[in-house]
Design a protein around this ligand. Structure first.
Ligand code: URA
Length: 441
């Protein structure tokens, strides 16, 4: 046993609280404490807040990532002949890209072993969305994970108890202690999971803007640079796209409603903004996997798997392999959970939509019950928004701005008020800003 095992937690917390640099042994003690119970939740939470306030330098961040990756097993998928590439987003609002991108890439013959998270802070979680599909299992053993990737070319799962268990614990605590939006913690959280899942290469969607954890492009670039450097240094070719997250992606925000929108994407009827980011990430995945020679070739492949129905068929296959009801893919309206009532939010004046504040929309969805405010909260899969209007749209008075799906009148009213103030109208069309702003390699 190393000396670090006996350093009392308050000592390590105090050193970070006072802005000192932690050594690898201290960081390992903290990470070990998160999985073996030797640190209480309040001590872990205090440490997370100390890191949030004081930061970690590159060396500390690498040590944290490594310790979190080594808190469990590093999966070996080398027996599966296909190239294995994953994509991970730093978190946004209405960001359901993983749900349809994974089957699109798998339909192109590249394996996608994808370990996702639950909602974090105000952002939605891929796992919560997947659990809207009746029967869908996101908790599987490591052996089942390997078998799923071998059989369908894809696994859409949560962390198995063996893979980066420290992240699972710390992620849940960060979610409820206001310590999410912290570059080193996001970097270590994402990279420890991704490096443990047995991939050959990784594409990152690093979001910035009002609905992201990084508010500015400069912050996102710094986070992307850190993650790309760690991935490449650990022998996994890694690329990042910087993408704008000022308004929700697509028209749906929630859980079941986002699954339905992803199915639209697989049917070739996805909203333009959502498909723009999806295809940009898909191109990077296919290029990294060596499955396309250039961007045009990658785009042609992605278009083909949608046009010929193979991406949709792959999603059906994945849903079935993970215990879900495959009929959901063909009849989402009939099979996905539905809220008790829907309420239409209508414009009280005319104008061009200037902005749809993603953070406010996310908070309104949280208020309906679509996410958690305490770790033990359960998620209401049926609630959320659809037909949410997009920036730049010309609205007439009385037009629909969104449909609110709710199970509680008072919550629906509160959501309506928040949404109304989130959607700003003006007289002239707003400037159209690019969604994908840069690529970090
Ligand atoms: N996604 C993760 O997996 N972890 C974070 O910290 C943020 C987004």
């Amino acid at each position: 046993m190393s000396n670090a095992a006996v350093i009392p937690p308050p000592h390590i917390i105090a050193r970070k609280r006072d802005g000192l640099k932690l050594n690898a042994a201290e960081i390992e003690a903290f990470v070990r404490g998160s999985t073996d119970g030797s640190w209480a939740d309040y001590q872990l939470s205090a440490m997370l807040m100390a890191i949030y306030l004081r930061g970690l330098d590159t060396e500390e961040t690498v040590a944290l990532t490594r310790a979190m990756m080594n808190s469990g097993i590093v999966a070996d998928l080398s027996a599966i002949p296909a190239r294995k590439v994953d994509k991970h987003s730093t978190g946004g609002v209405g960001d359901k890209i993983s749900l349809h991108l994974a089957p699109m890439i798998a339909a192109c013959g590249v394996a996608v072993p994808m370990i996702s998270g639950r909602g974090l802070g105000h952002t939605g979680g891929t796992l919560d969305k997947l659990e809207s599909i009746p029967g869908f299992r996101i908790v599987v053993s490591l052996a089942d994970y390997r078998a799923l990737v071998a059989r369908t070319g894809c696994a859409l799962i949560g962390q198995t108890p063996e893979l980066a268990p420290a992240d699972k614990k710390l992620y849940a605590l960060r979610d409820v202690t206001a310590t999410v939006a912290c570059r080193p913690l996001i970097c270590a959280s994402i990279m420890s999971k991704k490096l443990a899942e047995g991939i050959d290469a990784l594409v990152l969607d690093v979001k910035f803007g009002g609905g992201a954890f990084m508010k500015t492009e400069a912050e996102a670039r710094e986070l992307a640079g850190m993650m790309v450097a760690i991935g490449n240094a650990m022998g996994k070719p890694t690329r990042a796209l910087l993408t704008r997250m000022d308004e929700p992606l697509g028209h749906a925000v929630g859980n079941a409603v986002e699954i339905a929108e992803s199915i639209d994407c697989l049917r070739g009827a996805g909203p333009a903004d959502l498909m723009e980011v999806t295809l940009a990430l898909g191109v990077e995945m296919l290029l990294l996997a060596g499955a396309a020679r250039d961007e045009a070739g990658a785009r042609a492949k992605l278009a083909a798997v949608i046009a010929d129905g193979s991406a949709l068929a792959k999603f059906r296959e994945i849903v079935e392999a993970q215990g879900g009801d495959p009929r959901t893919v063909d009849q989402p309206e009939a099979r996905l959970p539905a809220a008790r009532f829907q309420r239409e939010l209508r414009a009280s004046q005319a104008g061009y939509v200037q902005s749809v504040a993603a953070l406010d929309v996310a908070l309104a969805a949280l208020g309906l019950g679509a996410g958690r405010t305490r770790a033990e909260d359960s998620v209401d899969h049926a609630v959320g928004f659809t037909r949410l209007v997009k920036t730049g749209t010309l609205i007439r008075s009385g037009d629909t701005l969104a449909i609110i799906h709710a199970n509680d009148e008072a919550k629906a009213e509160a959501a309506e008020a928040t949404l109304r103030s989130a959607i700003v109208l003006g007289e002239t069309p707003p400037e159209r800003l690019p969604l994908v702003t840069d690529r970090v390699t």
